[in-house]
Design a protein around this ligand. Structure first.
Ligand code: SF4
Length: 366
């Protein structure tokens, strides 16, 4: 339970910590040499955008290697725009949320070919770019162009909800507006990039989700959550994400040194990635009886002339709204697979590494 003083409709009156003081203390705390990251202090809008797109919903440690790889292969937005989508997907492989990769490539082509390579420099224009939401737009505007737009990400929600004792759920329209307005009122207009970097670093290194370092926190005297003993309850969300369970059986068809794969074209999160042909079933209990049925094999042009060599252990992947469980059937085709007129490709097994697969297949391939 939250103390009465934290009830959402009362929260504005509750803020008794001077917002100017918060900004001043935060900037005094900030040391740019802490938490060295290659995109920190970066002013090139293309590289700021690249880092922000790669880091969305990704841990910094994971995003780092992707950033370095993309930057090396595409030092400018023109080079990224000229790349094939398969190449972009391959470099992105393992990062998940593949629509971000497609949007990134779309935006690179738009800026390179329609804006003459000039990155937009107003918040309105930046916001109109495909795949750029309010957070990314504010980051680009403040870091690359020194425009006073506050970022609001998970770190910011956490820090502000705790310091100012705001229990309004962050996944509601009302909550989003309250946090956005508060964040915007706190930004230092003379150094917006420094302020934004400072609050993100503070959330990442001091006011962490679990076990924040309150003893070395510059706000430990003012922090409302600390006073009210509600640190572990903030920030608050109204609903839990429900994940749908899905069960896949991938057919890894081997014909000598060749393997059968296909490209996903349907509109979903794995669009334009490659995969082995698969069956989806309502539950995992999928047995030999079912697999003997011809329909199972006709899908991959095998017409039953196969020999099952191995069935893998289940592999798991957690997506935002789905929980995938997959097993991989390693199958030897005794005759040439009939793939004419299908979307299947027969490729050399050594070429598998040139194709981008969803994470769960990538993990199976090892
Ligand atoms: S006192 Fe603790 S909970 Fe409050 S802002 Fe500082 S680190 Fe976060």
């Amino acid at each position: 339970m939250f103390p009465n003083s934290l009830l959402p409709n009362l929260f504005m009156e509750h803020i008794n910590f001077n917002t100017n003081a918060f900004t001043r203390q935060l900037i005094n705390w900030y040391d740019p040499s802490d938490r060295q990251l290659p995109w920190k202090e970066e002013k090139n809008p293309y590289l700021v955008w690249l880092s922000e797109v790669l880091l969305q919903q990704t841990r910094v440690e994971q995003g780092l290697s992707y950033y370095l790889r993309f930057k090396e292969e595409f030092p400018t937005i023109i080079e990224m725009a000229k790349a094939s989508e398969d190449r972009i997907m391959k470099l992105w492989e393992g990062l998940g949320y593949y629509s971000r990769a497609r949007n990134m490539h779309h935006t690179a082509k738009y800026i390179a070919f329609e804006l003459g390579g000039q990155f937009p420099n107003t918040i309105e224009e930046i916001r109109r770019l495909k795949g750029v939401g309010p957070y990314t737009a504010a980051a680009i505007a403040s870091f690359a162009f020194d425009l006073p737009h506050a970022v609001v990400d998970g770190n910011v929600y956490r820090v502000l909800s705790r310091v100012f004792g705001i229990a309004v759920p962050i996944d509601t329209t009302k909550g989003k507006k309250i946090f956005f307005d508060l964040a915007q009122s706190l930004i230092d207009p003379k150094q917006p990039g420094v302020y934004n970097q400072a609050i993100m670093d503070f959330g990442a290194t001091v006011c962490q989700p679990q076990k924040p370092f309150c003893k070395r926190c510059p706000f430990s005297d003012e922090c409302q959550a600390k006073k009210e003993n509600t640190i572990s309850l903030l920030p608050r969300k109204s609903k839990k994400i429900k994940r749908r369970e899905r069960f896949f059986h991938y057919l890894v068809v081997r014909y000598g040194e060749q393997r059968l794969i296909r490209k996903r074209t349907g509109k979903d999160i794995w669009k334009n990635l490659y995969e082995f042909p698969y069956f989806e079933v309502p539950r995992m209990g999928f047995n030999q009886e079912i697999i003997q049925q011809n329909i199972f094999w006709e899908k991959v042009g095998l017409k039953g002339k196969v020999s099952i060599d191995f069935v893998s252990k289940p592999f798991h992947q957690l997506l935002t709204h789905q929980k995938i469980v997959a097993v991989f059937w390693e199958i030897d085709a005794l005759n040439t697979p009939e793939i004419e007129g299908t979307d299947l490709l027969l490729i050399d097994k050594n070429d598998l590494s040139n194709f981008a697969f969803p994470k769960i297949i990538h993990r199976y391939l090892g």
